[in-house]
Design a protein around this ligand. Structure first.
Ligand code: CO
Length: 134
């Protein structure tokens, strides 16, 4: 059911330091920081030949990654995102298998303008999983 790895999201305490590290030390192609107020994050996109890395930093009050950074002050992998062809079919199969879909279970428009859902990390070995319809 899941397809390509769309991105790995890494929460970082200092976005400019992380951006410079990926650009200079790792030699990757990085975007300028982009504010995503609807998602409570500022994002730097790192373009790799086969996938993307998203460097996330909290934006505004009640950012969904603020608590994560409190528990992981040095930063850490926040979620992985897998592509699916039909997000509603994927959701229904996952629910039938007993997996927990976060929120109200309805897909939301994600940072790339496509429908996304998040799955409970306890159901997937401690990793928050995002599904994105492509
Ligand atoms: Co994501």
């Amino acid at each position: 059911m899941i397809g390509r790895l769309n991105h790995v999201a890494i929460a970082v305490p200092d976005l400019e330091v992380a951006r410079a590290s990926y650009a200079n030390t790792l030699g990757a192609k990085v975007s300028k920081p982009q504010d995503e107020p609807d998602h409570g994050v500022t994002v730097v996109f790192v373009e790799l030949p086969n996938t993307k890395i998203e460097l996330l930093h909290p934006l505004g009050e009640n950012s969904p990654i603020a608590g994560f950074l409190e528990k992981n002050p040095a930063g850490g992998i926040h979620h992985v995102c897998y592509e699916v062809e039909d997000i509603l079919a994927a959701r229904d199969k996952l629910k039938a298998e007993g997996a927990r879909v976060l929120g109200d279970g309805e897909p939301k428009i994600g940072a790339h303008g496509k429908p996304v859902l998040f799955l409970h990390p306890k159901d997937f070995f401690g990793t928050l999983v995002e599904l994105e319809q492509v």
